[in-house]
Design a protein around this ligand. Sequence first.
Ligand code: ADP
Length: 301
Amino acid sequence: MKIGILSRNAELYSTARLVDAGEKAGHEVQVIDPLRCYVDIASHDPAIHYRGEPLQGFDAVIPRIGASITFYGTAIVRQFEMMGVFSLNESVAISRSRDKLRSLQLLSRRGIGLPVTGFAHSTHYTRDLIKLVGGAPLVVKLLEGTQGIGVVLCETDKAAESVIEAFRGMNAQFLVQEFIKEAGGSDVRCLVIGEKVIAAMKRTAPSGEFRSNLHRGGAAERIKITPEERSTAVRSARIMGLNVAGVDILRSRHGPVVMEVNSSPGLEGIERSTGKDVAAQIYEFIEREARPGKTRTRGKG
Ligand code: ADP
């Protein structure tokens, strides 16, 4: 098959692994920088041009759209869908998962366990908002944050009030969340492909830190997950409409709670800690599922 990897940087571990695994599986693989694509929307024959040439003959694309280019990146994915190209994750599902409030609302509506979470716009009800999520200790999170940046642990109600006021002063959007202390600075990343968790790792924060992001010095190890965690991860990916997802779970006193569903999960930590060839399994999924014109939404969402 001819497969495009939509990524800004061919040198990134995940992109390089996907190129390698795709070629090993006998596919023709091209890395395409979505920001260098330009599009003819008006045409009856939707097209994408890249470095002066039309992109043609692709059977599938693997979007690896960074958070900072979600808007333009998903427009390019949508254009591929309009051309009938199978996208590993569809544009609507990627956009949905990037909107933290929308994601949490969708998951909550379907009964997925979540940390108690609140958000508010008005400045008048800060104290009540803090009360609503059970009071300190609690976590205040910037909605645009990634890799743990903008995630603040507030040990007292007073500290939470100050942080909320500071974020408001910057006109930033945020949410307020119950702190899952019993998770002990660890979370569980489940890598879902299709209807299966194919690999899971436990990430643990370095001492003195509660955020377990690998970019913040967290350590990753292979872990055996419970059937409840497995079904929570698979259901969460399905609710978001993602074929491939990294579902982040905290082990709380009342069972697994989902923090986030990631549409471009990194491969490095999970492959190294579990020894699983995630990239190869992504191609196996594409080989099973990709048919020309087989996108559920065809960009209509
Ligand atoms: P980002 O999307 O920036 O990675 P997260 O919401 O995943 O932000 O938070 C970063 C890390 O902080 C998580 O991996 C987890 O270890 C910790 N964390 C986040 N929210 C909570 C919470 N409510 N309770 C306990 N730990 C949390």
